[in-house]
Design a protein around this ligand. Structure first.
Ligand code: FES
Length: 579
């Protein structure tokens, strides 16, 4: 630990416990009601452990035990651990989409930390939106905080074949639709694809965000890829607890060390990892909360420089996160791309990224490739712009068929998911592999919550012809475990009258990924006529959280935060009065 900056008297929690007045007497007596005594809190940092465990989150089932490991670490370091449960956000279970509630978790995290006698925090997350939600809230709360990743689950297994979360669901569903696997096989896949606690073990959004968080410097080096079922995981959890206490004494708040370079490091790592497309929305939102904004342009600039070197599905074709861990994990990947990183930035363990990766080695060159032999020569994501997407549309070229990267096709447009799904099952549908499927009204407001519908199913008619990829365009997101030539996050979204709302079936759309362009081949005059005739759809919500969401959600290119949460970047909210 570096020289303490905090004294016991200056701890935030001392405002609740130390004064000799009636209010503090109430706080102390109520802690004594819970079985604590002065030796538990006097002069000790109180560490709030934000635990996103619930009976409905399959990826965090180990958090019930893991929180005890964190507490063990806090106690060893001389702190008082207190568990604070927060909304859990199970990616497959929460409807209509967890993205509707990412900002809810961020608000909950911020207010839990602010309203209680907490000096520092351990943030327990992993399943997709939990990572950005926790971090956004912690940035705004402004207390020292360290992130504890859930870790990926073990590899899936079916008939001796390795199964990857999500990616193999889509793959085998297409084979089932094509009549190539039986209903019995499908049930066996169902039983073999998720074999342990932990997050999806492909390079989906969970693994992406856990990796980015380590690359930014908000979790312990080497922590992101530890399999949830590995004994290294509880040891890492305990270390998070110990380190959180030290961070309080060092007064290591997010504002004291986070810079734009931290987030640019996260973006460079994302590119090399073959990241989920969701990384763009979350990292943009996180960086804006931290007062160090990055943009789509930063992602696209990185994608021109940093190749995909992690041979993990869905960008890679063979390995999963367990293999990535054995190959050296994030420190090894960061070591390999260190020429693209700001190495001197400080991280939560008190050391720089450069110091953290100095001794890192790659143990399997096929899992973490050398820069000279990448999976994909450019980064994982590309941002296209044009008259159809003035504020950008995102594609993952490393996970789509190369012949589609430059293509002009006829639009086949759907206004909602049910009509698209019904049409995709119609064996008489007027569609060819050269067409571009378009789904709209699936953005932040239209979805609502921008659901992961962007990997539109290939129409069954084409699947039976052997087609496995075609261009698809939407204002939705897609799962990080998805793949294919899916253009996503089209901004501004159709629901608010973005150009996507004006496309008609039969229009030609030209896509040029190397040139980063997308163009609707319709004249400006015709588009102006269509715009004048456009009618906004009916509002989705008239009350409740959804109403508030609809009033304040920002567009995808701005990270989909609530406008009122990012007002005046970094401006502090006053500490609560204690009277
Ligand atoms: Fe939890 Fe994929 S479902 S990480």
């Amino acid at each position: 630990m570096t020289q303490p900056k905090k004294s016991p008297e200056s701890l935030r929690s001392a405002r609740w416990f130390a004064p000799d007045d009636i209010r503090s007497m109430g706080h102390r007596s109520r802690f004594m009601q819970m079985g604590y005594g002065p030796s538990d809190w006097v002069g000790k940092p109180v560490i709030g452990i934000i635990n996103t465990w619930s009976d409905l989150n399959q990826c965090h089932t180990h958090f019930k035990q893991r929180v005890d490991d964190v507490k063990r670490g806090v106690l060893q370091a001389g702190g008082l651990p207190l568990e604070l449960p927060a909304i859990s956000l199970s990616e497959p279970i929460v409807k209509p989409t967890t993205m509707l509630y990412r900002n809810f978790l961020a608000m909950e995290t911020e207010e839990l930390l602010r309203s209680h006698p907490i000096d520092g925090a351990v943030l327990m997350g992993g399943c997709d939106k939990t990572t950005p939600g926790l971090l956004m809230g912690a940035f705004s709360a402004g207390l020292p905080a360290i992130y504890m990743p859930a870790g990926p689950m073990l590899r899936g297994n079916w008939k001796g074949k390795t199964l990857g979360s999500g990616s193999d669901v889509w793959k085998y569903w297409d084979e089932r639709r094509a009549g190539n696997i039986s209903a019995e096989d499908w049930v066996d896949v169902e039983a073999g694809i998720a074999r342990s606690h932990g997050t999806c073990m492909t390079m989906g959004t969970a693994a992406t965000m856990m990796g980015i968080t380590e690359a930014i410097g908000l979790s312990l080096p080497g922590s992101a890829a530890i399999p949830a079922a590995d004994a290294n995981h509880p040891r890492m959890a305990a270390e998070c607890g110990r380190r959180a206490v030290q961070m309080v004494w060092e007064d290591m708040t997010p504002a004291s060390f986070l810079t734009r370079e931290h987030f640019l490091n996260g973006i460079a790592a994302a590119m090399a990892m073959g990241c989920s497309t969701n990384a763009i929305i979350h990292v943009v939102a996180m960086s804006r909360r931290a007062g160090c904004p990055v943009s789509l342009a930063d992602f696209d600039a990185a994608s021109r420089k940093v190749p995909v070197i992690a041979n993990i599905r869905p960008s890679g074709d063979q390995y999963l996160m367990e293999d990535f861990f054995y190959a050296g994990g994030m420190p090894a990947l960061l070591k390999r791309i260190e020429q693209h990183l700001a190495l001197d930035v400080r991280t939560v363990n008190g050391k720089s990224i450069g110091e953290n990766v100095a001794r890192a080695e790659v143990y399997n060159d096929d899992v973490i490739r050398p820069l000279s032999n990448p999976i994909y020569a450019e980064g994982a994501l590309a941002v296209l712009r044009g008259n159809l997407a003035p504020d950008g549309v995102v594609i993952k070229p490393s996970a789509c068929a190369p012949h589609l990267l430059k293509h002009t096709g006829r639009a086949l447009v759907f206004d909602d998911y049910p009509s698209m799904k019904k049409a995709s099952e119609d064996l008489d549908l007027d569609v060819t592999a050269n067409d571009i499927l378009v789904l709209r009204n699936a953005g932040p407001l239209g979805g609502p919550g921008m659901p992961e519908w962007g990997m539109l199913p290939i129409p069954t008619k084409l699947v039976k012809q052997g087609i496995r990829d075609m261009l698809r365009l939407s204002d939705a997101r897609m799962s990080g475990t998805s793949y294919g030539a899916c253009m996503l996050h089209c901004s501004p979204e159709a629901f608010i009258g973005g150009p996507l709302a004006l496309v008609k079936t039969g229009d030609l759309i030209s896509v040029d990924v190397p040139a980063r362009t997308i163009h609707l081949n319709v004249s400006d005059e015709e588009l102006a006529t269509r715009k004048a005739a456009w009618q906004p759809p009916a509002r989705r919500y008239e009350r409740g959280y959804g109403w508030m969401f609809s009033k304040h959600i920002l567009q995808a290119d701005q990270g989909c935060d609530f406008d009122f949460l990012e007002t005046d970047f970094g401006a502090p909210v006053a500490e609560p009065d204690i009277f």
